[in-house]
Write a protein that binds this ligand. Sequence first.
Ligand SMILES: Nc1ncnc2c1ncn2[C@@H]1O[C@H](COP(=O)(O)OP(=O)(O)O)[C@@H](O)[C@H]1O
Ligand SMILES: [Mg+2]
Length: 235
Amino acid sequence: MDRQGIRIENLVKRFGKGESLVNVIDGASFLVNKGELIALVAPSGAGKTTLLMMIGCVLEPTSGRIWLGTEEVYHDQWIRNDTRRIRREKIGFIFQAHYLIPFINVIDNVTLLPQTNGLSKERAEAKAMELLTYFDIADKANFMPSQLSGGQNQRVAIARALANEPEIILADEPTAALDFERSVSVVQMLKKIAIEQNVAIIMVTHDEQMLPYCDKVLKIEKKKVITVNSSIPMI
Ligand SMILES: Nc1ncnc2c1ncn2[C@@H]1O[C@H](COP(=O)(O)OP(=O)(O)O)[C@@H](O)[C@H]1O
Ligand SMILES: [Mg+2]
């Protein structure tokens, strides 16, 4: 079962209590294999970010089960209390806004987390340069984020998400601030990463034009997650 990237079983999330109880996710089950880029699509407020944050061990579910890789991390409660360790070791996050730290340069943004995780500065920088080269922005290593375009910053953010060699990447509307061409280029990059680095990727998107580039589409309907096989022809 080592192709298993993310497995969710009967996941439930409710916010609040009594009169103010909101049932957001009510029994979601699905599997994402490593090497796959999955799109998560649903209307605003349907629970996409909530679902992603539970998978990312940022938000505690109400009940259900979550496996990341082959490790079960949640079964009606966190299996290990140290959810930060799971996040650090297994998961790369990419957001709509790139959230690079504005007052340090590109390479320091990419090396920060690996260094926090104990990698030496030299090794972290070597790895970062490898990633920046891969994303065709090695010449921007010593630039500040404000000196880069939106698309370039998003590539740095993807490089940063990869610096820790995660098994899983969770991307919340990573192309929302980009034009069509740059969006396609980011999504194609994510697909390439999924295959070449054997990572399971879930990408939340509002943009139907991105779906043909994904392996499968997950939709949240009636508070449950359903899988729609991407039979949409490539543009
Ligand atoms: N901390 C919270 N407390 C109460 N309700 C919340 C909280 N976070 C999200 N929600 C509610 O959960 C629902 C799903 O939100 P969200 O996951 O952000 O949706 P999406 O990302 O699909 O737009 C919304 O109705 C939202 O108001
Ligand atoms: Mg959201």
